[in-house]
Design a binder for this molecule. Structure first.
Ligand code: HEC
Length: 142
């Protein structure tokens, strides 16, 4: 009986040691993360520089596809049609919008300016006019 107890105690102690060790590592990682310099320098050719290029698309990078802009900014409202936003793929609703606006350019201008409950540029503040139009074409099928 005594031996069994000893074994149990030994097991418990090992468990504490193991979990304690992992915990200490987590703390160390967290501290290292906090001690990192606030900014990191990206040299041309580094993978981080390429990432910066795609994010800052409005600054002269490749234009984002309608699909990408839609997925990031427009789907929140147009996917479900909340606040009476014309729904993605609802061709009839989009054709009516197009007819009311006059042309695809006018519809794009309306989206850029914002309309009703829709904020200007549908919250994609750094979207170019072309990127907004591509997103409209993507969700309307027009
Ligand atoms: C916060 C919700 C919301 C987001 C995000 C949003 N929209 Fe809208 N959108 C609306 C609503 C609501 C309407 C209908 C407004 C009305 O007719 O009063 C609308 C209408 C439109 C129209 C029709 C405008 C017209 O003149 O009939 C276009 C085009 C449009 N959105 C494009 C976009 C694009 C492109 C994006 C993403 C870049 C986007 N929207 C993101 C809510 C949103």
């Amino acid at each position: 009986m005594i031996t069994a107890k000893k074994i149990l105690v030994a097991c418990a102690a090992t468990l504490v040691l193991v979990t304690g060790g992992t915990f200490a590592n987590t703390i160390n990682d967290a501290i290292a993360e906090r001690l990192k310099p606030v900014g990191t320098v990206c040299m041309a050719g580094d993978p981080c520089a390429e990432e910066a290029g795609t994010v800052a698309s409005a600054g002269g990078g490749e234009p984002r596809s309608g699909d990408a802009v839609y997925g990031q900014y427009c789907t929140a409202c147009h996917g479900s049609g909340i606040l009476d936003a014309p729904k993605t793929g609802d061709t009839a609703a989009w054709e009516a919008r197009l007819a009311a606006a006059g042309s695809m350019e006018d519809l794009t201008q309306s989206a850029i300016a914002g309309v009703g409950a829709m904020p200007p540029k549908g919250t994609c503040a750094d979207c170019s006019d072309d990127e907004i139009m591509a997103a409209i074409q993507h969700m309307s099928g027009l």
